[in-house]
Design a protein around this ligand. Structure first.
Ligand code: BDP
Length: 720
């Protein structure tokens, strides 16, 4: 063969590979269900799954059948029908134990005994594959789990798998306003079209429910924590009810945020005092009305006495008084109240990191049984990295919910590739030590540490009207990972990345290892180029976009950057030891001890807890200033590496999604350098030391970085 012919053949072969990867816009998320290309594998699955037999008519069970049929038909290229079950048929037999003799007869008592509410068993037996749940939701989750086995091309032979959720309430929190803006949203507008509800039901609502159900999410708070009482007006309740009707067959309950002053704003009362009988009655009546519209309404999420939101303290009452009043109103209907611990008051001269514990710890044991306290992962505010919130482990008598932010307010917003699963994992696996070694945050959250019945996790949603849901394609991985960790907070982040990448992009091993490597390192990378060594809250003011370590003038001191980094001629960092704010004392002594000594604390938390001299030698062999320079530079260099990694797998990714990610990585590289150069230029005015000569010097002077303005940066917090 001539050289030319060989070349042409190669070219044709290469072109056909490229052509076989269809352009995609990302709308289908991880639920792509494209035909399994390997015919042998397809046929072997087909032999085992000729049809789907359902043993009941619960609407959620019907959804399980529908989803299985849709997924399998796509994957196997043949219509897989759903039929009512009869004893001797082969295929998938799906049903609820205790409600179906067919399922009961097929399971051993020990198998049946392992399944808990919402959990499922997948069992291969003779020529049947059984999906058994204790309730219909369990069967639905089992159905999606089975589909994932095929999506990951794993064998079905001898399948015997039991999975139960560890956390009861697995919720998304939408910071969506009724005018469709999204607070801290970077993926367009809110997907809730309140104006056209309840008549117009956007098909996207169903797709939203499917995606959530596929990862085990069982509830959603559809309104912003900075709440609007209008949602309780009857016409808005009808709109909310229309959404709840779409979510119900997917096992998802609807929740609303409750503005504490609603009795005044909507009810025309003079007060919202939680101990006032008129106020209590107003809430009781309103709750009865909500349940008339939404019989399975989940309950309320409340932000009170925080950042200007109304609350019980205006009436000299405490958080327990407020939460309990709402809890009493929803209790007869089986509802719950999630009361947020994100409180801090500017009247208090106390370190903001300490305020939640100061307010909530004395109230432990004072909340009703249907109240959970919802706590952000760290004591300040979703910073790129924070130590755990000291409330975890400090309120043993109260169920504490985890609040993670999925939207990346402080982690590159709509553009940066940052796999949040690593951060979630780090938090969940941190040991509080409150009941001896191994008292991890995961155990606080799932209720096992103190034996709580109620348990929950909330993720602040990153979804919007963007065609691919999250704006940045890789941000889909954060939504996915959040759901997986809410189901099982002990899960390994790397495994989650692998699942997501396989279902979202490709089965090619090399490409998968590149994508999972990018995701796995990306959180640390982001921390390095934004807030290394325990720095925090040094972003641009208001919109929180980009660097702003110089921010010093704000309505309140604890909204500035200088409050947090405390840079001066001597050094850098917030002294939270006994010689400073002593926030350290809020942790269990065994954990506090690990952070108390600046020479022993993990470097990642150094400046969170210590004010360290610029020339202080660190364990890395560099002094603080040189280490800071090194970290910022390494972070930015790692983004360049991510770009190269992505480029190296171009042939495995469809053009449309490849380009989307590539363009975002370009932005991320530019902004990583911006963070690096702006922060180092600023801190250098205190350290008075040179940026080591071998490192690239800032492209501009500090004045330039300080002069940048972004008035139309997205996600900004509206002020009413
Ligand atoms: C901060 C956001 C602000 C939220 C607040 C909250 O900047 O927009 O309202 O958290 O969680 O991170 O209530």
């Amino acid at each position: 063969m001539s050289k030319m012919t060989t070349y042409l053949l190669c070219l044709i072969a290469a072109m056909s590979t490229v052509r076989s990867i269809r352009a995609e816009d990302g709308y289908r998320l991880w639920l792509r269900f494209d035909l399994i290309e390997n015919e042998e594998q397809r046929n072997s699955y087909l032999d085992q799954l000729p049809q789907i037999m359902l043993t009941g008519d619960d609407p959620v069970l019907q959804t399980a059948g529908k989803e299985l049929s849709r997924g399998l038909t796509g994957l196997l290229g043949k219509n897989i029908h759903v039929v009512p079950a009869a004893a001797d048929q082969s295929g998938i037999l799906a049903g609820i134990i205790g409600a179906s003799p067919l399922i009961d007869g097929a399971l051993s008592p020990s198998d049946a005994g392992q399944i808990q509410l919402e959990g499922f068993l997948l069992l291969q037996r003779n020529d049947q594959l059984i999906i058994a749940g204790k309730d219909a939701r369990g069967v639905l989750y089992g159905a999606f789990r089975l589909l994932r086995i095929l999506q990951e091309r794993q064998p079905l032979d001898q399948l015997h798998l039991v999975e139960n959720p560890r956390v009861k309430l697995r919720l998304l929190n939408h910071w969506d306003n009724l005018d469709r803006t999204v607070e801290r949203g970077y993926a367009g507008f809110s997907i809730w079209n309140w104006h056209q509800l309840p008549e117009y039901i956007d098909p996207q609502y169903t797709d939203y429910a499917r995606a959530n159900a596929s990862i085990g999410i069982n509830g959603t708070v559809v309104t912003n924590v900075n709440a609007n009482s209008l949602i309780f007006r009857t016409d808005y309740l009808e709109k909310a009810a229309a959404l709840a009707n779409v979510f119900r067959p997917y096992g998802i309950k609807l929740y609303l945020t409750a503005r504490f002053s609603s009795p005044i704003e909507l009810g025309g009362l003079e007060t919202a005092d939680p101990l006032d009988p008129g106020v209590q009655q107003w809430w009781k009546d309103k709750v009865d009305e909500i349940y008339r519209h939404i019989p399975d309404f989940g309950g309320f999420l409340v932000k009170a006495n925080s950042e200007g939101q109304p609350g019980p303290q205006q009436y000299d009452r405490n958080h327990a008084d407020g939460a309990n009043m709402l809890a009493d109103a929803v209790a007869p209907h089986g509802g719950i109240v999630m009361w947020r611990a994100f409180v801090y008051s500017n009247e208090e001269p106390v370190d903001r990191a300490k305020q939640a514990n100061n307010e909530f710890v004395p109230l432990d044991g004072k909340f009703r049984d249907n109240v959970l306290i919802q706590v952000k992962n760290g004591p300040i505010d979703f910073q790129p990295r924070e130590p755990i919130h000291p409330l975890f482990g400090a309120m043993p008598q109260t169920p504490l919910m985890m609040e993670f932010q999925i939207t990346k307010e402080y982690l590159g917003q709509g553009t940066h590739l940052v796999g949040l699963a690593k951060m979630y994992e780090e938090v969940l696996q941190t040991d509080t030590h409150v009941k001896g070694k191994g008292s991890t945050v995961a155990k606080v959250i799932d209720g096992s540490l103190e034996g709580h019945q109620l348990s929950g996790m909330a993720g602040v949603s990153n979804i919007g009207t963007a065609r691919n849901w999250t704006g940045n394609l890789f941000a889909q991985a954060d939504w996915y990972a959040y759901g997986r960790l809410a189901w099982d907070p002990y899960m390994d982040a790397d495994r989650i990345f692998e699942e997501w990448a396989t279902m979202t992009f490709t089965h090619d091993k090399k490409a998968l290892s590149v994508i999972t490597k990018m995701l796995a390192g990306s959180h640390e990378t982001c921390v390095r180029y934004m807030t290394p060594l325990g720095l925090h809250h040094i972003m641009g003011a208001g919109h929180h976009y980009g660097p702003g370590p110089w921010v010093s003038k704000m309505p309140r001191a604890d909204w500035t950057s200088v409050y947090y980094h405390k840079a001066d001629e001597k050094g850098l960092g917030f002294d939270r030891t006994a010689s400073g704010s002593n926030a350290l004392e809020q942790y269990h002594p065994d954990l506090a001890e690990q952070y108390a000594d600046p020479d022993k604390i993990p470097l990642k938390f150094l400046l969170w807890f210590h004010h360290v001299p610029w020339d202080h030698p660190l364990s890395t062999g560099r002094n603080l200033w040189n280490e800071l320079c090194h970290q910022y530079h390494q972070g930015a260099a790692e983004v360049t590496q991510m770009k190269e990694d992505w480029q190296s797998i171009k042939e495995f990714i469809d053009e449309e999604r490849f380009q989307q990610v590539k363009m975002h990585l370009d932005i991320q590289e530019k902004e990583a350098k911006w963070w690096r150069d702006a922060c180092l230029s600023y801190f250098q005015t205190f350290s008075k030391m040179p940026i080591p000569a071998e490192l690239e010097q800032p492209a501009h002077d500090l004045e330039y970085y300080e002069s940048l303005r972004y008035p139309y940066s997205p996600g900004i917090r509206p002020r009413w």
